[in-house]
Design a protein. Structure first.
Length: 438
C-alpha cells in the first residue's frame, strides 16, 4: 500500500479524519500498537504536505490526466505501443545503432569494433508471491532479448525491490531463480541492486524488479531488416511469466511446469554455432501482446506486411498450454508464448529448420513477408484481421473484468498523451540549455 499516495489524496480533499484512517490502513498490515500507527500516519502526512505543491521548474511534474491503467500501459496492446512510440520521441535521436525508436528487443551501440547489445526486462508483476518463478522467467526473457539481436549474452544484472513488510528470503528465492538460468547457460549474474519499494512509504509484501543483460554481436538481426520475400519461421512455445500467471490464478498449477525450459536459448545457441545468424534478417521473441503485437511492431518498423497461417502457429504451441488457453477462452495469439520468431530469405530456410530441429526444438514455417503494411492472419485460406487489441488477451480473472476493448475516448487520451510528451521534451531542452550556459 502506498501511504504517501493515500495521504496526498486525503490532503487534497481536506479529509479531517485522514490521520485516523491512515492509521487504520497501517494496522491492517503491520502488527504494531495503535499509538505507533498514529505516529507513522502523522509523519507520513507531514511529509506528504511538504511535497504536495512543489515549486520550481525541476519539481513541477508533467501531467496528462490519463492514467496508466486507462491507457493500457504495460498491457501490451495499442495504448502500450503508442506510449512506447512517445517514449522514443522524448528520448530523441541518438548515436546508437539501434535505439528505442526501432521498437526492438534491445538497444545496440558500437564499441571497440563490435556491437554491444543491452536490454532490461521487468519481472511479471503477478509473480510477486512466487520469487523463484519470477526470477527464472525474467532472466530467461532478458537473455532472449539479447539472442534475438543476433548477439551472444556475456553477463546479467538484477534489480530487486521488496516492500517494507516483505520477507528478506524473497530476495534469495528470486536470485536463485535468476541464477538457475545463469548456471545452465554459463552466463554470469555479475551485479545488481536491492532496495525497498518506496522505502518507508510503501507497506505490504509486494516485490518487483528486473534483470538486464549485455551481449556482443558481429551481425545484427534487428526487426528493421525484414524484407518482402522473406519467410517467417517460429519455434515451439510454452509461455513464460504470462502463462505461469494464467495457470496460477486459474488454479491450474501443474501447467507452470511446462514453462520451465530453455528451448528458446537452445535454438539460438544452435544457430550461433552453425553460423546461420548472419543469414537471418530479423528475430524476435513472441512476447509483447503475443504474435499479434510482435507482428504490428515488425511491420511498422520495417515498412512491410506480415502474413501468418493460423494452423501452423497453433501447431507450435505446447499442447497442455494451448488446451488451458482454449478452455479459458484466451486468445493464444494475443499472449506471450515465448517462442522464437525468425524472418529470413527463402534460400536459407531449410538450413535454419534443420539446425533447430537437430537441437530437439520443434520449428516450422508460419508465414511470409510481403509488400504492404500491417499484418494478416490466414485461417483455412481466408484473410482475417490481425491487429492487436487495446490490451493483450485477458489471461487472469481480473484482466477479463477489465476487458480488451478500445475505450471510446482513446483518441482524446492519445491527444493528451501527445501534449504531455511534448511538454517533457521542452522541459528537457530547457534544462539542457541552462546547463550548457553554466
Amino acid at each position: 500500500m502506498d501511504l504517501e499516495g493515500y495521504a496526498k489524496r486525503g490532503i487534497l480533499r481536506n479529509d479531517k479524519a485522514l490521520e485516523d484512517k491512515l492509521a487504520d490502513r497501517i494496522l491492517e498490515i503491520k502488527k504494531i500498537s495503535r499509538k505507533h500507527a498514529q505516529e507513522i500516519a502523522n509523519a507520513v502526512i507531514v511529509e506528504a504536505k511538504a511535497v504536495i505543491k512543489p515549486r520550481g521548474e525541476l519539481l513541477e511534474q508533467t501531467t496528462s490526466g490519463v492514467t496508466m491503467g486507462d491507457f493500457g500501459v504495460g498491457s501490451r496492446g495499442m495504448g502500450d505501443f503508442y506510449t512506447h512510440e512517445k517514449i522514443a520521441e522524448v528520448i530523441g535521436r541518438t548515436s546508437a545503432v539501434v535505439d528505442s525508436s526501432h521498437l526492438d528487443d534491445s538497444g545496440v551501440v558500437r564499441a571497440g569494433g563490435e556491437y554491444v547489445v543491452v536490454t532490461i526486462d521487468g519481472m511479471h508483476s503477478r509473480l510477486s508471491g512466487f520469487p523463484f518463478l519470477a526470477g527464472f522467467h525474467v532472466a530467461r526473457a532478458a537473455l532472449r532479448d539479447i539472442y534475438v539481436m543476433g548477439a551472444r549474452p556475456v553477463a546479467m544484472l538484477s534489480d530487486i525491490h521488496v516492500a517494507d513488510d516483505g520477507d528478506v528470503a524473497k530476495i534469495f528465492d528470486h536470485i536463485a531463480g535468476i541464477t538457475t538460468v545463469s548456471e545452465l547457460t554459463g552466463i554470469p549474474l555479475i551485479t545488481g541492486s536491492t532496495l525497498r519499494i518506496g522505502g518507508d512509504m510503501v507497506i505490504g509484501e509486494r516485490m518487483t524488479g528486473g534483470v538486464g543483460a549485455v551481449g556482443i554481436a558481429e551481425n545484427l538481426t534487428a526487426r528493421i531488416q525484414a524484407a518482402p520475400g522473406d519467410i517467417i519461421i517460429m519455434t515451439e512455445g510454452a509461455g513464460g511469466g504470462t502463462v505461469s500467471t494464467t495457470a496460477l490464478y486459474y488454479g491450474m498449477h501443474s501447467i507452470v511446469d511446462e514453462t520451465i525450459n530453455l528451448r528458446f536459448i537452445d535454438a539460438c545457441e544452435a544457430l550461433l554455432k552453425a553460423e546461420l545468424i548472419e543469414k537471418i534478417h530479423a528475430m524476435t521473441d513472441v512476447t509483447n501482446g503475443g504474435v499479434r503485437g510482435d507482428a504490428k511492431e515488425i511491420a511498422r518498423t520495417a515498412g512491410v506486411k506480415l502474413v501468418f497461417e493460423e494452423e501452423k502457429l497453433r501447431a507450435l504451441v505446447n499442447r497442455k498450454v494451448l488446451r488451458m488457453l482454449d478452455e479459458l477462452e484466451i486468445d493464444y495469439l494475443g499472449v506471450s508464448l515465448d517462442a522464437l520468431l525468425i524472418i529470413a530469405p527463402p534460400e536459407h530456410v531449410d538450413d535454419i529448420l534443420e539446425c533447430v530441429r537437430k537441437k530437439g526444438v520443434a520449428v516450422d514455417i508460419v508465414g511470409k513477408v510481403v509488400e504492404g503494411e500491417g499484418a494478416e492472419l490466414l485461417i483455412n485460406g481466408e484473410v482475417h484481421d490481425f491487429t492487436p487489441r487495446f490490451r493483450e488477451s485477458a489471461y487472469t480473472p481480473i484482466k477479463k473484468l477489465v476487458g480488451e476493448k478500445t475505450p471510446r475516448n482513446f483518441d482524446d487520451m492519445k491527444r493528451a498523451v501527445d501534449v504531455a510528451a511534448a511538454q517533457a521534451i521542452e522541459k528537457k531542452k530547457h534544462i539542457i540549455e541552462r546547463l550548457k550556459r553554466g
